[in-house]
Design a protein. Sequence first.
Length: 586
Amino acid sequence: MPQPDPARSRAVLIGVNEYEQPLLHSLPSVAPGVRRLAELLTDPTVWGLSEKHCVELPNPATSDEVLKAVCAAARAATDTLLVYFAGHGHLIGGTDLRLMLPTAHPGALYGAVKYGDLRRVLLEERRAENQVVILDCCYSGAAVDERMGGAEDFVDGVGVDRSYLMTSCAAQEASFAPRGEMYPAFTGALIRAIGRGVPGAPDPLPMRDLFVHVRRALNARGLPEPRDLATGVGHEIALVRNRGKDRPVPGDAPALPPPGWKRRLRRVAATAAIAVTATSSAHLTPGNGVADGIPRDLRAVSRAVDYHDADPCALTDPAGLGRFGRAGQDAAYGGFERCDVLVEGEDGDEIDVMVGFDKGQEPPTRGVEKRDGITVVKQPAESDRCVRELLPDGDDITVTVLAKTGGSTTAPLCEIADAATGHALTALRKGLENGGLPARPETFPDDSLFRTDACALLNGAALEAVPGVDAADPDAGFGNWSCTWWSPTGHLQVDLRFDRGQSPTAGDGTPTSVQGRRAFVQPEADDENMCQVRVVQRTYSDGPDRPLAETLDVAVRGDENPSTDALCALANQLADASASGLPPVG
């Protein structure tokens, strides 16, 4: 199918990143996503819509404002109409999808666009030959299911045979806006696919090929699987040119792990985890950082308990997991916020159980239990994982239980997750009653990164190397052991994090030296458009033949244009600047 005529086409991009109700957290990554989509759609090498025909609606005040804009675009478009929404979603009665606006009530009683109303406008006012709707919100798959009628009913209602709907998740699933990422997960995958193109796919790029590429990217990260619905030949609608048509089809590349999850440095056949909000859901808290150059108080993460110095291993119970296999604790892997228990199952699988702390979130309105002042959130089970979250009342803290496999396994993921959750819940409750969890048994030396603020390592002068970055508004991870900056105009993301694990060698990257420390450059460490520099701060051992290291990992990610060499040059520059603020090596 030929690419739609941009002069006879229209797009309405709706993004809601600010919410008045405290139960609906702000979504800071939504606004950059809308802006980037608009840039791509108006780029002559992608589609070439004029700016006046690509309407952005940031934080619309009322449902009428949204429906009026969509109605106007539907009446004006005679070739193709695109409508996109990103924000919170809500489902009433299991069938009624609501798109939440800034004034929305958490129960969607007001301040929301009924998807049925939006669909009615699209049906009744439509003049375009092609129609595409893209939804990035929780429960968006309800628009694909019976809520839109069956596929045959939809065709009859539309009265044409070229319509396409793509959603970020299934009807009963949450959509994710991971903390520390420039865009929501689904929108980010969409932006990367449009910006880079899809090797091996036709040019222009059909919606179905675009969808399959986005789905594969999200599946590789263990994120919710998107859904789509086409009527007639709607899957052949090709909005954009395929920038990747001349690139070779890549072979099996290592999957990018979900944000915040560290890949194990030794081979793991299967994984089950207790972690702290490794992939934060769309209920995001605002970013924390430094104000006027003053680091945020590392202890100001709880109103009741000091979790910064608390021992995350106190929330694990290797013996309690013994019924699933031989269990042993590994307290020196990954970030300071977590502790691992390795379980060797009967079938030989190695199961990794992790526990840690992260910044808090408001509990969702669905799938929760209340146990002695602690909210337990049970996320829907997925094929390779099972997630539980613990949210203590009065504390800005989240503990998430994640049972995850890295490959085929017979391990009962939710049973493992529930067993681990039970012990973590008991230990957490006891700690709240006694005024705190047990302190970490080890004393970190002066050259450890444990007391270092990652957000303070890069100042405004150093970040001038990143075009368009907002140096004053980083997103700090728990304990300030990680920090992220975005450049919405340069389409770059800078991540600093502290890691622990086996001491890196030349097999982990190209050796170099940064501020007198051993370092390793890793082009395309997790993704093709990124480069990471790992700086070894200190080496130590917790047993015979087990050399370990604390590292500062500096990663730079780009949307599409910067070459790997350019990303590595920037990563090296930022690694040098940040390493200058590390504790002196003992």
